[in-house]
Design a protein around this ligand. Structure first.
Ligand code: NDP
Length: 306
């Protein structure tokens, strides 16, 4: 490890969750109500099962209700759509999350499109994406929101303002890259979106004050792609063989950035795991409280406004 400071996603996510817990306590006191998150899991993808288990655990820990709907892998699309419609109509449900990826053969766009935008805590419906792009109030996708929070905190620690920074986002997916671009733009960054057809990707990355890597290619971003003093937000989660002969497991998780090399040049960097990942769930819980307040016309507790 070189000079870069570690952006502790676990600790920052714990603080977001603690704020959500306080907000839920306030809602309980004021309205005798605890927000409810419903998660739909189709099939038995091991990674998705872990994510859903963690979502359930942290939702309960924050004092909210958690509903899990597990459907078999061979369920037909209409049944999933029917379940989403039932959850839309259920007054007690504040947030709906359909765990992705859905099995092959299921039209993800159709299923997500069925979610009531008022309950779209993943921020993935066309309405949510439209509101984000127009700068209107709405529910924002969790991983990009978490990325912005981490970048801002890292800059704060350096005594720097995010406004005016050049943010390069590598990746243009609907889930991460595109919404991240709008969110960093909202923070008054100058934003560049790079992707698989970008020419001189290394040079583009080297111009970034904030570099967000959301590609899904292990260690793709090399040390000499990093501008000295940059903030690195590594969204990538890649499972690779563990080459350490003493390792307990045959595989390990790495990000899209060559962490060792980048640490010697950047000012601050997120680890993988323990960086952006924990923020995603924390921001999902936050969105569930925001959705509950918006739908019921309640003031958002102050603790969630900062
Ligand atoms: P997608 O596969 O949907 O998108 C990947 C993006 O990377 C595409 O825009 C693609 O460009 C771009 N890309 C692919 N290869 C290259 C290349 N050689 N050079 C430049 N750009 C390239 O992935 P997601 O956005 O869904 O996820 C990205 C990563 O983030 C994954 O590792 C995923 O596991 C992780 N992730 C982590 C989360 C977390 O909570 N930490 C949550 C969600 C995702 P093009 O559009 O041109 O094909």
């Amino acid at each position: 490890m070189g000079d870069a400071s570690l952006i502790d996603g676990k600790a920052i996510a714990a603080k977001v969750r603690a704020d959500v817990t306080k907000a839920v306590t306030e809602l309980n006191t004021a309205h005798d109500y605890a927000p409810t998150l419903a998660v739909v899991l189709v099939g038995e993808d091991p990674a998705s099962q872990v994510y859903v288990r963690n979502k359930h655990k942290f939702t309960r820990e924050a004092g909210m209700q958690s509903l899990e709907h597990k459907l078999p892998i061979d369920v037909d699309e209409d049944t999933i759509v029917e379940l989403v419609r039932t959850l839309n109509a259920n007054e007690a449900v504040d947030g709906i999350l359909v765990q992705l990826p859905l099995p092959d053969g299921i039209n993800t766009k159709r299923v997500i499109g069925e979610i009531d935008p008022a309950k779209d805590v993943d921020g993935l419906t066309e309405i949510s994406a439209g509101r984000l792009s127009l700068g209107h109030a709405g529910l924002r996708p969790c991983t990009p929101v978490g990325s912005v929070i981490l970048a801002k905190q890292a800059l704060d620690a350096l005594g720097q303002d995010i406004s005016g920074k050049h943010c390069v986002i590598v990746g243009r997916s609907i889930l991460v890259g595109k919404p991240a671009a709008f969110l960093f733009l909202e923070q008054n960054c100058t934003v560049t979106i790079a992707h698989s057809r970008t020419k001189d990707l290394a040079g583009v990355c080297r111009s970034a004050d904030i570099l967000v890597a959301a590609v899904g290619r292990p260690l793709m971003v090399k040390g000499d792609w990093i501008k000295p003093g940059a903030i690195i937000i590594d969204v990538g989660i890649n499972r690779v063989p563990n080459t350490n002969p003493n390792a307990k497991r045959a595989t390990k998780l790495v990000g899209d950035v060559d962490f060792e090399a980048a640490s010697k040049i950047a000012a601050a960097i997120t680890p993988v795991p323990g960086g952006v990942g924990p923020m995603t769930i924390a921001c999902l819980l936050r969105n569930t409280v925001l959705a509950a307040c918006a739908r019921r016309g309640w003031n958002v507790p102050d603790v969630l406004l900062s």
